[in-house]
Design a binder for this molecule. Structure first.
Ligand SMILES: Cc1cc2nc3c(=O)[nH]c(=O)nc-3n(C[C@H](O)[C@H](O)[C@H](O)COP(=O)(O)O)c2cc1C
Length: 345
């Protein structure tokens, strides 16, 4: 398979592992890169030391290209970005912020930059800022997908920008990959499918959840971590969505946030006071969301925690090694192309 993304990133399949907190860690990242895709380390909830350790460990596990993501909206993102850039990680993926300075610095060592976006406005901004490609995330996606479904969002952006588009949200098989290419994308990025793989560190019970849940079993709300996000419909999700937070909650939770991100507490505390009530509530939600996502992902607790999961969970019925997932998607995409050719003559 050859697309602008395989050429840009030097990979065999145009398939990318989405940056998933606690899940896109060296073992899974290296498995995806070794199998011919591109693994991306999720640095969002990592401290600076953890980010450096993850990069070093990934380099021990694979000599193939890999990436690291930076969630610019999180406290501590700049510090992680510096490490990722100093380490000359081949592909840097940023989201939720302006990445012109990242593009500039990564390009000085010959690295590539991918911005994750959910709207045309942000895709155009990423292109202007110098990104080499964009991941466009539709409404079906686990976590922070956009308001518009992939089927409509991908072509609407692909036809208006020049840099290649990687489609995310709702992709788990070869039919999906072939469809994404038809919609104007040059590759796909998958979260839920790789979360449910043998190499994934998600709690084993959540792989079972993914195998049995259907396309209807998710909810989309901004009441978990403050940004619209999709997750498993569960007791935990219902409970947290009802939780009322006020600006004081952010100060009360500031120790928790600073500990989780390895960010200086005093700096965070002053920052919360200066940011005003609306943003402080958002910060409190982020802390609640982090905790819930960690419990859901790593402890398999769907009563107190929350599991990000995409609608595509309804198309996934098995837990396979990453290598088999990629091989199967490749074979299915070729079969889909043949079937299409026989239908459209
Ligand atoms: C368990 C899990 C954890 C995730 N964590 C994050 C995260 O920390 N930050 C983020 O931006 N997206 C996160 N995502 C979303 C993915 O990066 C990606 O956008 C999404 O999974 C793509 O849609 P799909 O699940 O339909 O493949 C997560 C997804 C899953 C399944």
């Amino acid at each position: 398979m050859k697309t602008r993304i395989t050429t840009l990133l030097g990979i065999k399949y145009p398939i990318i592992l989405s940056g998933m907190s606690w899940i896109s860690v060296p073992k899974l990242v290296a498995a995806v890169s070794e199998a011919g895709g591109l693994g991306i380390i999720a640095s969002g909830v990592m401290t600076a030391e953890e980010t450096l350790g993850a990069i070093q460990e990934t380099r021990k596990l694979t000599k193939k290209p890999f990436g690291a993501n930076i969630t610019l909206y999180f406290p501590g993102a700049k510090r992680n970005a510096k490490i990722i850039i100093d380490q000359k990680v081949p592909v840097v993926n940023y989201a939720l912020g302006k990445g012109d300075w990242i593009c500039k610095e990564v390009h000085t060592y010959g690295g590539k930059v991918i911005a994750t976006v959910t709207t045309l406005k942000h895709a155009m901004a990423a292109q202007r800022d110098g990104a080499d490609a964009v991941i466009v995330t539709g409404h079906e996606a686990a976590g922070h997908g956009g308001a518009v479904t992939s089927l409509v969002l991908i072509p609407s952006i692909a036809e208006k920008i020049d840099i290649p588009v990687i489609a995310a949200g709702g992709f788990a098989d070869g039919r999906g990959l072939a469809s994404a290419l038809l919609l104007g994308a040059e590759g796909i990025s998958m979260g839920t499918r790789f979360m449910n793989s043998v190499e994934s560190p998600v709690h084993p019970s959540q792989k079972e959840v993914s195998n049995r849940t259907e396309v209807y079993d998710t909810v989309y709300s901004d009441k978990i971590d403050g940004l619209p996000a999709r997750m498993l419909r569960s007791k935990g999700a219902k409970r947290i969505m009802k939780k009322r937070l006020n600006p004081l909650s952010a100060l009360v939770r500031s120790r928790e946030i600073s500990k989780m991100l390895g960010f200086p507490w005093a700096k965070l505390f002053v920052g919360i006071i200066l940011m005003g009530p609306k943003k402080a509530i958002q910060m409190a939600r982020m802390a609640v969301g982090f905790k819930a996502f960690q419990l859901g992902t790593m402890e398999g607790d769907n009563e107190r925690g929350v599991l990000p999961i995409g609608q595509v969970t309804g198309l996934i019925h098995d837990t396979l090694p990453v290598k088999e997932i990629l091989k199967r998607i490749d074979a299915e995409a070729h079969a889909a192309a043949k079937a299409l050719n026989s239908k459209i003559k």
